[in-house]
Design a protein around this ligand. Structure first.
Ligand code: NAD
Length: 477
């Protein structure tokens, strides 16, 4: 419709809510309302599900050949790349992300579609000749209607991690973006129409967690629920989906450990330590929010880490110099401020950073030391630019510290020792371990978390298992 109103995309058409409800969408840098979005209610969820259901049961999408489906998905990726500036501008405006980072997210989002378009074409199943003379083969057929629910921290990219495998495997999908960031996903829905997707294959339902999101997860016409968001909401989503036995894939919160050993390449370790906690203003589930530094390099590392944090250019997301900006919403800013203001009362020291205090929704790159291990800022996910640092002496000690969390999404370790890298990686309780790097993702590998960080894995064949109904066919020949 326009760049200041984001409707639902249902059955290939952008529409208002049935009751005409809308909600305001903020620009966190200016703190002003810059757009409105349709406020999805139960009736809107109902028609989005009905559209996806009909498109699956009667439409061409699950029945069209894999090659043709891949062609359409690649066409969508082409359009995304052509409209990179527009998509990135929406994300930067909507959540305060520096524009260069938003453009990078668009590129990765388009790649997600390309990868899964090709993956479904090439990974169709296996054939096993049996000793008994039978042949058995596996078949991965589409499941039906997928409800996808995404968060605001990577508005476009998180949504595409879910939509791409869901539709590539022949399912139809309803995506509900976060109410904080409806813009880029709505444009994605418009682009799917432009690319020639049949109506109902990709529906966008805007609105809040309840009623819009909850109406999707609890509906028995929905066959799979894929969710990225907080651990608390994930539990509610799982409970709701269990009412009709819909399998769930949950990508939830994190409190990543970043371990720097004495033998690390310090330049590299400092670079990634900064990226891991201050990129996207720390609003990354994979953030290295608990940093453990070995005794022998502690002082030197901390001096360099502090200097790099203080040197990050802070400002307007549209200024090309900016590397760090505001938090995505007033609600989220208040949450992060609550943790930072509680640090000294719980025994910690703020080495650098803290609340900006100039009226912006900004918390500066913040490094905390001496925090007791039971302090809320140490144990809970802050989801902001707040790094809690601890010193350690031995490998056993740091493995114990790193694993002492209810989360288990990811961990990083920095060492030049090959044996240590393998040994410690295998001992860390985490779905992903990065050695001497961070944030690199190969879509063929499993992605997901342990404990409160999630249920299930997505990526490559792991997505295939979730978004299809695997079948064995046994033939006597
Ligand atoms: P959130 O849980 O508040 O919301 C996520 C989504 O769920 C939103 O679209 C929201 O509208 C919807 N929702 C809320 N209540 C719902 C309900 N009852 N039923 C259905 N849907 C509902 O999370 P958030 O604040 O948007 O995102 C931040 C969280 O997401 C952090 O915890 C972060 O770690 C996590 N996250 C995880 C990953 C990962 O891959 N593991 C990636 C990004 C973000």
């Amino acid at each position: 419709m326009s760049d200041t109103f984001f409707g639902h995309i249902i059955d290939g058409v952008e529409v208002e809510s049935l009751d005409g409800g809308r909600f305001d969408v903020y620009n966190p840098w200016t703190q002003e309302v810059w757009a409105q979005a349709a406020e999805g209610g139960e009736a809107d969820a109902d028609r989005a599900i009905a559209s996806a259901r009909t498109a699956f049961d009667e439409g061409p999408w699950p029945r069209m050949g894999r090659v043709e489906r891949a062609r359409l998905i690649h066409r969508l990726a082409d359009l995304m790349e052509e409209r990179t500036d527009e998509l990135a501008t929406l994300d930067s405006t909507n959540m305060g992300k520096p524009l260069a980072q938003a453009k990078h997210d668009v590129a990765r989002s388009a790649d997600n579609f390309r990868f899964f378009a090709d993956h479904q074409r090439d990974h169709v199943g296996s054939v096993f000749p049996m000793d008994s003379g039978h042949h058995t083969y596996s078949e991965f057929g589409p499941v039906g209607v997928v409800a996808a629910i995404s968060p605001w921290n990577f508005p476009l990219m998180m949504a595409t991690w879910k939509i791409a495998p869901a539709i590539a495997w022949g399912n139809t999908c309803i995506i509900k973006p976060s109410e904080d960031t409806p813009a880029s996903v709505t444009l994605l829905g418009r682009l799917a129409v432009e690319a020639g997707f049949p109506p109902g294959v990709l529906n966008v339902l805007n609105g809040h967690g309840a009623p819009a999101g909850a109406a999707l997860t609890g509906d028995d016409r929905v066959d799979r629920v894929t969710f990225t968001g907080s651990s608390t909401t994930g539990k509610a989503v799982m409970a709701s989906a269990s009412s009709h036995l819909a399998p769930v894939s949950l990508e939830l919160g994190g409190k990543g450990a970043n371990v720097v050993f004495d033998d690390a390449d310090l330049d590299n370790a400092v670079h990634w330590a900064v990226e891991a906690i201050f990129r996207n203003s720390g609003q990354i589930c994979l953030a290295g929010s608990r940093l453990f530094v070995q005794d022998g390099i502690y002082d030197e590392f901390m001096e360099r880490f502090q200097a790099a944090a203080e040197a990050l250019p802070i400002g307007d997301p549209f200024d090309p110099e900016t590397k760090f900006s505001v938090l995505a919403s007033k609600r989220h800013y208040d949450k992060v401020v609550g943790y930072v203001e509680g640090v000294e009362a719980t025994g910690g020291t703020i080495r650098t950073g803290g609340v900006d205090g100039e009226g912006r929704w900004l918390v500066r790159p913040t490094i905390i030391e001496d925090l007791p291990l039971d302090a809320p800022a140490y144990r809970e996910e802050i989801f902001g630019p707040v790094c809690v640092v601890n010193r350690f002496s031995t490998e056993d000690e740091v493995v114990h510290l790193a694993n002492d969390t209810r989360y288990g999404l990811n961990a990083m370790l920095f060492t030049e020792g090959l044996s240590r890298a393998h040994r410690v990686s295998s001992r860390l309780k985490a779905g992903t371990v990065w050695v001497n790097c961070f944030f690199i993702r190969d879509l063929r590998t499993p992605f997901g978390g342990v404990g409160d960080s999630g249920v299930g894995r997505e990526g490559g064949d792991f997505s295939r298992e979730f978004f299809t109904e695997p079948k064995a066919v046994v033939m006597q020949i």
